[in-house]
Design a protein around this ligand. Structure first.
Ligand code: ZN
Length: 445
C-alpha cells in the first residue's frame, strides 16, 4: 500500500461550515478505502495574512491508499464544492512521505511570509502532486509538509453541532469545565480564562464547531466531553501545530508587510502612548529601526511594554503591519521575551550633611545650598539613585484566552517525544455522540 497525503483548505461557506468539519464528513466517505497513518492534522499558517479564511487553517490527512490518486482528487473536490460552493477552495494530493525539501521550505515560508499561488502550485507539481481549486491551494499545498520530522505538536478534540443548532447559543457548562480543569495538569488551551470562555472555546456565529479542546495530552482532552450540554453531531481528534510557536522564525532582510516572526530589538527610548491605549516602543534591530506596537487588546503585554525603557533588550514575536506612521516598519507584537533589562537611574540633589534636608542647586558647577540651615558647599555632587525597574527578564504573552492559534502559552512544554507514525482506522478518530476511544490509539498521552 502506498502513503498518500491529502490537504484541504478554504472549504467553508457563508452559510456556515469549516474546513475541519468538512474533513470529518470526507473521512466518513473514505472509511472503507483508507487506513490513516496519523491523526487528521490541523495546520495553522501565517496569522498575519489579512485575506486568509477564518483562522487560516488547512487540514491534512495522511493514509495508506491503493486506489487512483486522480479519482480521489475528483471525489474530494466535488464533495468540497458541494459543501462550500467556493471555487477558490484548495485540494492538493501527493504520493509518498510528504517530507520533500521544497515542500518543507514552503511550509516554513507559509508560516511567516506571503506565498504566491503560482509558487505553491509549481512546487507541488515538481513534487509530483495533483491539485484542484484556487486560492485555497496556497494553504493546502503549504500544509502538506507540516508536522513532520521533529515538529512540536498539540492535540485538539473538536465537537461539532447538529446542523439545526448552528447559529444558536452554545451550551457549555462552565461550572463543570472549572471542575475538570482543577483536576488536571495545565494541558488544555484556550479554555483557561473563564471570563471569556464563550468566545474562545465556543466561537460564535454560523459555525459547526461546538467546542475545541486543545492540549498536549489527547487522553486528558477527552475528559472535557462532559462540559457540553447540547447534543453533538460528531467528535474528531486532530493533531496540530497550534500553540507551538511554529511561526517564531527569525525575521530577516527587509521587514515587509504581513511577514511574521521573531526579531531581537534594543529599545531606543521610553514607550510612546497613543490614542486608544496602545503603546509603541521604538527599537533598533539588525534589520534596522522597527516600532514595536502593543495594542490595548494585548492586555498584559501592553502593560509590560509600558515598563520598557531605553537600553532594554527584547525578542519580539509578531507581524509587520502594512503602515509606517513613523517611518519605521511596525511589528504588531503577540509575545515578547525580555532578555536584558537596562539599569535606570535618576540624578537628585544631595542631602545637607548638617541637617539632612534635600539641598538646592546654585546652578551648574556652583554647588548646593541648604534652605533649612543655610549650609553651602561647592564640593557636593548630584547623586544617582537606581530606579526599581518593576519588570523581570522572561516571556510575556497576551491573556491566556486570547492567544493566537500558533502562539505557545508560557506554561506549555514542548512535547518530549517525536510523534511516531501510527496505523489507525477512520472510526478511531471520528465518532458520533461521544469522543472516539483513545485506548485503541497507540499514543502515549
Ligand atoms: Zn541643612
Amino acid at each position: 500500500m502506498r502513503i498518500v497525503s491529502l490537504a484541504i483548505d478554504s472549504v467553508d461557506s457563508l452559510h456556515g461550515g469549516c474546513t475541519t468539519h468538512f474533513s470529518t464528513i470526507l473521512l466518513e466517505t473514505l472509511r472503507d478505502f483508507i487506513e490513516l497513518i496519523d491523526l487528521p492534522l490541523i495546520v495553522r499558517l501565517n496569522p498575519g495574512i489579512p485575506w486568509k479564511t477564518r483562522g487560516n487553517a488547512a487540514v491534512v490527512l495522511r493514509f495508506y491508499y491503493d486506489g487512483s490518486i486522480s479519482k480521489l482528487l475528483e471525489h474530494v473536490y466535488s464533495m468540497a464544492l458541494e459543501y462550500s460552493n467556493r471555487k477558490d477552495l484548495g485540494i492538493a494530493v501527493i504520493e509518498g512521505r510528504p517530507e520533500d525539501i521544497k515542500l518543507r521550505d514552503l511550509y516554513l515560508k507559509a508560516l511567516t511570509r506571503v506565498v504566491p499561488l503560482d509558487v505553491a502550485i509549481s512546487i507541488l507539481e515538481a513534487s509530483g502532486g495533483l491539485w484542484a481549486g484556487g486560492r485555497g491551494l496556497i494553504g493546502a499545498i503549504s500544509a502538506l509538509s507540516a508536522l513532520t520530522r521533529e515538529d512540536d505538536y498539540t492535540f485538539e478534540l473538536i465537537a461539532y453541532r447538529k446542523p439545526e443548532n448552528w447559529g444558536v447559543n452554545r451550551c457549555i457548562d462552565t461550572r463543570i469545565l472549572i471542575e475538570i480543569e482543577s483536576t488536571l495538569p495545565p494541558i488544555t488551551l484556550n479554555n483557561i480564562d473563564y471570563t471569556i470562555v464563550e468566545e474562545t472555546v465556543a466561537p460564535k456565529g454560523l459555525d459547526p464547531v461546538l467546542a475545541g479542546f486543545r492540549g498536549n495530552c489527547l487522553k486528558s482532552l477527552v475528559k472535557y466531553a462532559k462540559t457540553i450540554c447540547e447534543p453533538q453531531d460528531i467528535w474528531a481528534f486532530f493533531r496540530t501545530n497550534q500553540h507551538t510557536d511554529a511561526h517564531a522564525i527569525p525575521l530577516t532582510g527587509e521587514l515587509r508587510p504581513y511577514n511574521t516572526g521573531v526579531i531581537e530589538v534594543k529599545v531606543k527610548d521610553n514607550p510612546i502612548y497613543i490614542a486608544g491605549g496602545h503603546v509603541i516602543v521604538e527599537g533598533e534591530s539588525r534589520e534596522g529601526g522597527v516600532d514595536l506596537a502593543f495594542y490595548r487588546e494585548t492586555g498584559p503585554l501592553n502593560e509590560v511594554a509600558r515598563l520598557l525603557t531605553k537600553g532594554d533588550e527584547v525578542r519580539a514575536l509578531g507581524t509587520i503591519k502594512p503602515y509606517k506612521p513613523r517611518h519605521n516598519p511596525v511589528l504588531a507584537v503577540e509575545k515578547i521575551w525580555i532578555l536584558r533589562i537596562a539599569e535606570k537611574s535618576i540624578e537628585v540633589n544631595p542631602r545637607c550633611p548638617i541637617c539632612g534636608e534635600r539641598m538646592e542647586s546654585l546652578g551648574r558647577d556652583k554647588g548646593f545650598r541648604c534652605r533649612n540651615c543655610g549650609y553651602k558647599s561647592r564640593d557636593l555632587k548630584k547623586i544617582s539613585i537606581r530606579i526599581d525597574r518593576r519588570i523581570k527578564p522572561g516571556e510575556y504573552t497576551v491573556q491566556e484566552g486570547r492567544l493566537k492559534h500558533l502562539t505557545k502559552p508560557r506554561w506549555r512544554k514542548k512535547q518530549a517525544k517525536i510523534f511516531k507514525q501510527i496505523k489507525i482506522k477512520v472510526d478511531q478518530v471520528i465518532n458520533h455522540k461521544n469522543p472516539p476511544n483513545t485506548h485503541s490509539i497507540d499514543i502515549e498521552c
